[in-house]
Design a protein around this ligand. Structure first.
Ligand SMILES: Nc1ccccc1C(=O)C[C@H](N)C(=O)O
Length: 296
């Protein structure tokens, strides 16, 4: 029994491509079957997670969502009637200097991705889930750290200025936790390892960094998102030593400029990766999003 098995939930691991990392983990309530799916109320949501790890850290996986799912499954304010299922997306990773791979590593296990491979995979995974479960726009997309950049990029992908992959239905709500939103600003403030992974993933051209960064997106978030609730929650922890508050501030200002007022939460607790590892706060943010979406 893997750690991904959670009491009361059915766990499935599915591949959306040939690479071992092109996989999604899905948890559904035990008594759900496809017939009931079809009759789920319109105000029930899929809760979909994109893990972080600077686009490259092999220690971050689909399993990062297990503690939050455990907490969500136990919350009275997230009843089965409000949740269609939980999913966690993996995507191909860039090389990590601390985890070199043997040259004989098969292609389907190699970590040699470069932008836009990561976002293409995330969009492919969403298309795969939509095809299998008919999700449409009825989902809350959560990203942690680099996953926060990827979650915003799912929306940006529908704009002609990006267009990395064929468009997919956009989420009803987006939650970016400790999200990376502005590569140029982040690298200017911290340099070092931040510059190393940014250059490794996106190359050295800062104009490319601006084009891919949610805070400096060439389009307009409200326009590209179209109709729907367009709910955004940005949440950071003051105890996070990897992602600082300006990374949230700049995204909040950007969304307001585009006509979307996000909910900004600056008082999460815990260190960067302890936020998902502990899980309670992620579950609470999802409960907040679902409550907002269900407000008449
Ligand atoms: N998510 C981040 C955000 C900002 C700075 C670093 C990270 C990292 O994930 C570092 C990771 N441990 C790495 O070595 O790739």
């Amino acid at each position: 029994m893997s750690s991904a098995h959670i009491p009361g939930l059915n766990y499935t691991s599915l591949q959306y491509g040939d690479h071992t990392l092109q996989r999604v983990a899905v948890w559904q309530f035990d008594d759900d079957d496809d017939t009931q799916e079809a009759h789920a109320p319109a105000s029930a949501y899929w809760i979909i997670f994109v893990h972080g790890g600077a686009w490259r850290d092999p220690r971050n996986t689909v399993d990062d969502f297990v503690p939050p799912v455990q907490h969500m499954a136990a919350r009275a304010d997230l009843p089965k009637s409000a949740i269609r299922g939980f999913a966690s997306l993996d995507y191909r990773l860039s090389p990590h200097p601390q985890f070199p791979q043997d040259p004989s590593t098969p292609a389907k296990e190699l970590h040699n991705a470069r932008h836009p491979d990561h976002i293409r995979d995330v969009v492919s995974a969403l298309r795969f889930l939509d095809g299998k479960y008919g999700i449409g726009n009825n989902y809350v997309l959560i990203g942690h750290s680099a996953g926060g950049a990827l979650a915003h990029q799912v929306v940006m992908n529908s704009d002609a200025s990006c267009g990395w992959a064929p468009a997919v239905p956009l989420p009803a709500a987006l939650i970016s936790i400790s999200g990376i939103h502005d590569l140029r600003g982040m690298v200017a403030r911290h340099g070092g390892i931040y510059e190393e992974f940014t250059t490794g993933v996106f190359g050295p051209d800062k104009q490319v960094w601006d084009a891919v960064s949610p805070a400096t997106f060439a389009g307009n978030f409200k326009d590209v998102w179209g109709d729907g609730p367009r709910l955004v929650i940005l949440a950071n922890s003051a105890e996070d030593t990897l992602i600082d508050m300006p990374e949230l501030d700049v995204m909040e200002a950007r969304l307001i400029a585009d006509g979307i007022t996000p909910i900004a939460i600056r008082d999460l607790s815990l260190e960067h990766d302890d936020i998902w590892r502990e899980g309670t706060q992620v579950a609470a943010l999802v409960a907040k999003a679902v409550a907002k979406l269900q407000q008449p």
